[in-house]
Write a protein that binds this ligand. Sequence first.
Ligand code: MG
Length: 248
Amino acid sequence: MATEKHTPVGYDDTPMLPDQPWRVHDKNRPAPKVVTPGASAGDAPSDAVRLFDGTDLSMWQSRDGGAPTWKVENGYVEVNPRTGNIQTKDEFGSVQLHLEFACPAEVRGSSQGRGNSGVFLMGNYEVQVLDGYDNPTYADGTTGAIYGQFPPLVNATRPPGEWQVYDIVFEAPQYNGGALKAPAYLTVFLNGIVLHNRKAALGPTGHRNASSYDTPHGPIGPLMLQDHGDPVRYRNIWIRPLGGYDEG
Ligand code: MG
């Protein structure tokens, strides 16, 4: 009946849920916010921040605050080798991130010298971008590694030159004063295949050193893309800030 949709639906005589202020099927519990999905899989939903839609880098800057010189054409942005990393002007904490990347079709170099770039959450936590297709390198540095810490569960890379998809859920670390309350957690899908399932990072990314949370950082930071000297391409980058996980 037409009037039913405005009537609270649920119960007020059911058991309380543990550690929640709600009953099972609580009729007073707020409904989730409506988000309209993108037209196709991978398209930005209605509440996403579109960081790069294929046209310009207005949401980005170089690390010194200047305009990035990475090349935008044909709906993608390409690393301008040895001009430096780029990062978003906005800063984020816990997020859902979607982006697509392609390593150079022409294979040059090997190991870490082949199609290397990287996605740095909060400017600190690198999910490795590498041409890891039939390219031996150290396991915690291959495509999808939490760099220097954890190899991906599997190598799910496509051949060089092909577009690939990252979907990442990042939970920002939490500090209580100078003490770590909760580490950063990363859940990473590459091309729809899970590489990390809520993996606790050991600390901000390092190279040839052990990471730790000994030096606290702020609750938000920019999304950064790495210039490692290779012309890696990116497209369709969007992000959704996430609330605290304690809120359920
Ligand atoms: Mg890298």
